[in-house]
Unconditional design. Structure first.
Length: 211
């Protein structure tokens, strides 16, 4: 009885909020409205490579990505993974791709954050789609955050930032790069160029949101 009273007291002053829109929910971590937006029709853009996204970098995606990326809300991998896998399964080009390639973090950034959200996402997608994840890219430069850079600065920032791990063979394979956000596409394009140089047949991009 006392526990029920305490819970009611807590819920009154600290009601559960949706991680996406920050509105009060009935206890869900993501409200039905935000959940529906995650699973709506994908966005497709062409930036030297074809890139697919769940939506644009605004509510709910901006808040959800921030929680996933910086606050260890790793339960979101299951929701994002399911939604991104749906895109792969239903797309003519993506469903026939061979491997998933997460965009790597520099080892210093990985130590700081504790995990690579793109690799976690790729592994979740791999479980659902039965596609193998290859960590064949290495980030050799600890680049600045792309967030506040202009387009030309973003391109220069990631120039020669990635190298290929020669322990892997991607010759004549179709690949899907996995990342959380695409703004100008500079990071994905830079990664794709390295993969193409190492004899990949075709490279696509798959992200949660487009900024």
């Amino acid at each position: 009885m006392i526990l029920k009273i305490l819970k009611s007291f807590y819920d009154f002053f600290f009601p559960p909020l949706c991680f996406g829109c920050l509105k009060i929910t009935k206890g869900e971590k993501i409200c039905p409205s935000c959940y529906q937006k995650i699973f709506s029709s994908p966005i497709i853009v062409n930036k030297k490579i074809r890139i697919y996204a769940l939506g644009y970098f605004n509510i709910p995606f901006n808040n959800l990505i921030h929680e996933f990326k910086y606050h260890h809300r790793l339960f979101l991998k299951e929701i994002f993974g399911k939604a991104l896998s749906k895109i792969i399964i239903n797309d003519y080009y993506l469903k026939n791709c061979d491997y998933l390639i997460p965009v790597p973090l520099h080892k210093a950034r990985l130590r700081e954050r504790g995990y690579n959200q793109s690799e976690i996402l790729a592994k979740e997608i791999g479980k659902i789609t039965d596609k193998q994840v290859l960590t064949c890219l290495i980030r050799k430069k600890n680049t600045k955050s792309q967030t506040k850079l202009k387009e030309k600065e973003r391109i220069e920032n990631v120039k020669d930032a990635f190298i290929f791990d020669n322990h892997y063979n991607i010759e004549n394979k179709n690949l899907i790069l996995i990342d959380d956000v695409m703004t100008t596409g500079a990071t994905l394009i830079s990664c794709a160029e390295v993969l193409i140089e190492n004899k990949a047949k075709e490279v696509f991009g798959l992200v949660i949101a487009i900024g």
